[in-house]
Design a binder for this molecule. Structure first.
Ligand SMILES: *Cc1c(COP(=O)(O)O)cnc(C)c1O
Length: 396
C-alpha cells in the first residue's frame, strides 16, 4: 500500500486523535527511517525519544528475536529472569533502588503517585507539579500535567493537585504544607519546551520534601537512559530523588515503563497494592537489557555529550544567520531551538526535504536524535534546516 491508501484506511478505521504527518513509515535503520514510497528520512526525533539509540539497533533486534523464540510472555505470578536482571542493571546505574515495571510513561507515573500516597502519612495526599510539565494522558497523569490544553474537555480533574511555576523556589515553598505527599518534576521539561531545571530548584525541592515528610518524584520518561549524557537526568543536579520514572528509550522501541524507588519507599508496595499484567514481561525486559548493554559497549553516553555539544555549536552558528532563532538550550542530545515565531511550518518543510524534527509549545524545535548520531548526520540536518529557514526568514 502506498501512503495515500494507508491514509484512506486511517480515515475510515483509526480514531483521529493524532495530528499525523502525511507519511507512512515502513522501515527504520539507525538514524534513518523509510516511508512507503522508499524515501530515506534523516530522523532527528526518532519515536519521540523512544528509539533512543536509533531505529532497530542490531543488539536490541537480536535480543528481542532470541527472547521471542524462547518465551514471549509469562505472568508476574512467577519470577521472570530478564525482569530481575534489568532491575539490577537500572538500580546499579541509579541510586540503588528497586523497580516496578509497566508499559508506558503514564503508567510509571501512576505507579509513582500511588506509591507516594501509600508510603507517606495518612493526612498527606497532595501532589505538587510544575506548569508546562508533561506526565501523561491518564486521568491522574493528565491532572499532574499542568497545561490547560491537555485538560480541556475532560474536567473535572482529580482532586489533590497544586501547580507551581517551574524553577521558582519561592512558589514551591509557598505551595508546600504538611498535606503534600509528593512533588513531581521533570529534571528537563521535554514537551514543555526543553526547559532545564536549575540546580537550586531541584535541591530546594529535595529540602522541602525532607522538611515536610514528602517524596520527590522525578519524571525521567524523556530524560532517562542516556540522552542527556548521563544515565538519568537527575545525575546532572546533585540531587537524590525518592522515585524516578522511566519509559520511552528504555526498550529501544519496545513498550516498557519502569518506576524505581529507594528500597525504603519501595517497601510500601506489598502484594495486592499495585500490578500490571504486561509489566516486566520477558520480551520488553530483554530489549531493555540490550539497550543498556549497547549504550555501554558503544560509549553512547559519551557520544551523546560530544554530539550534543557539536549540534549546539552548529545550531548557534545557524542562529547568527537566521533571526527567527532566539537561542538554543538543553543538555546532551536533548536540544531545544527557541524560535521567535511559530515552528510547525518549519517541521513540514524539513520533512519535505527528508529531515524529521519536532516542534513543541508552538515555537520550540526539538532535536533529539538517537544517541548513535554522527557529526555527518548532524551536519546534514543543520544544512537542511538552514535551507528551510533561508526560504522563510533571512536577515542576511
Ligand atoms: C512521553 C512522556 C510521558 C508519557 O509517556 P507515555 O508512554 O506516552 O504514557 C510522561 N512523562 C514525560 C516526561 C514524557 O515525556
Amino acid at each position: 500500500m502506498n501512503t495515500n491508501e494507508i491514509m484512506e484506511q486511517f480515515e475510515k478505521y483509526v480514531i483521529a486523535n493524532y495530528g499525523r504527518l502525511p507519511k507512512a513509515i515502513v522501515k527504520g535503520e539507525g538514524n534513518y527511517c523509510f516511508d512507503a514510497e522508499g524515501n530515506k528520512i534523516l530522523d532527528m526525533f526518532p519515536g519521540w525519544a523512544v528509539s533512543g539509540i536509533g531505529h532497530c539497533h542490531p543488539k536490541v533486534v537480536n535480543a528481542v528475536q532470541k527472547q521471542a523464540a524462547e518465551l514471549l510472555h509469562v505472568d508476574n505470578t512467577f519470577y521472570i529472569p530478564a525482569q530481575g536482571k534489568l532491575a539490577e542493571m537500572l538500580s546499579k546505574r541509579a541510586f540503588g533502588g528497586k523497580c516496578f515495571f509497566c508499559n508506558s510513561g503514564a503508567e510509571a507515573n501512576e505507579a509513582a503517585m500511588k506509591l507516594a500516597r501509600k508510603h507517606t502519612a495518612k493526612e498527606k495526599y497532595k501532589f505538587i507539579t510544575a506548569e508546562k510539565s508533561f506526565h501523561g494522558r491518564t486521568f491522574a497523569t493528565v491532572t499532574a500535567t499542568a497545561q490547560p490544553k491537555y485538560q480541556d474537555g475532560f474536567l473535572p480533574m482529580l482532586p489533590g493537585f497544586d501547580y507551581v511555576p517551574f524553577n521558582d523556589v519561592d512558589a514551591l515553598e509557598k505551595a508546600f504544607n504538611d498535606e503534600v505527599a509528593a512533588v513531581m518534576l521533570e529534571p528537563i521539561q521535554g514537551e514543555g519546551g526543553i526547559n532545564v531545571a536549575t540546580v537550586e530548584y531541584l535541591q530546594a525541592a529535595r529540602e522541602l520534601c525532607d522538611k515536610h515528610g514528602a517524596l520527590l518524584i522525578l519524571d525521567e520518561v524523556q530524560t532517562g537512559l542516556g540522552r542527556t549524557g548521563k544515565w538519568f537526568g537527575y545525575q546532572h543536579f546533585d540531587v537524590g530523588p525518592d522515585i524516578i520514572t522511566l519509559a520511552k528509550a528504555l526498550g529501544g522501541g519496545v513498550a516498557i515503563g519502569a518506576m524505581m524507588a529507594t528500597s525504603e519507599v519501595a517497601a510500601s508496595l506489598v502484594p495486592g497494592t499495585h500490578a500490571s499484567t504486561f509489566g516486566g514481561n520477558p520480551l520488553a525486559c530483554s530489549a531493555g537489557i540490550a539497550v543498556i548493554e549497547a549504550i555501554e559497549e558503544e560509549g553512547l553516553l559519551e557520544n551523546a555529550i560530544n554530539m550534543g555539544s557539536y549540534a549546539v555549536e552548529k545550531l548557534n552558528a545557524l542562529k547568527e544567520k537566521h533571526s527567527i532563532i532566539d537561542h538554543i538550550r538543553g543538555k546532551g542530545l536533548m536540544i531545544g531551538i527557541q524560535l521567535n515565531d511559530q515552528g510547525a511550518d518549519i517541521v513540514d518543510k524539513c520533512l519535505k526535504k527528508n529531515l524529521r524534527i519536532n516542534c513543541t509549545q508552538g515555537n520550540v524545535l526539538r532535536f533529539m536524535p538517537g544517541m548513535t548520531v554522527t557529526k555527518e548526520q548532524i551536519d546534514d540536518a543543520v544544512n537542511i534546516l538552514d535551507s528551510v529557514l533561508g526560504g522563510s526568514d533571512n536577515n542576511g
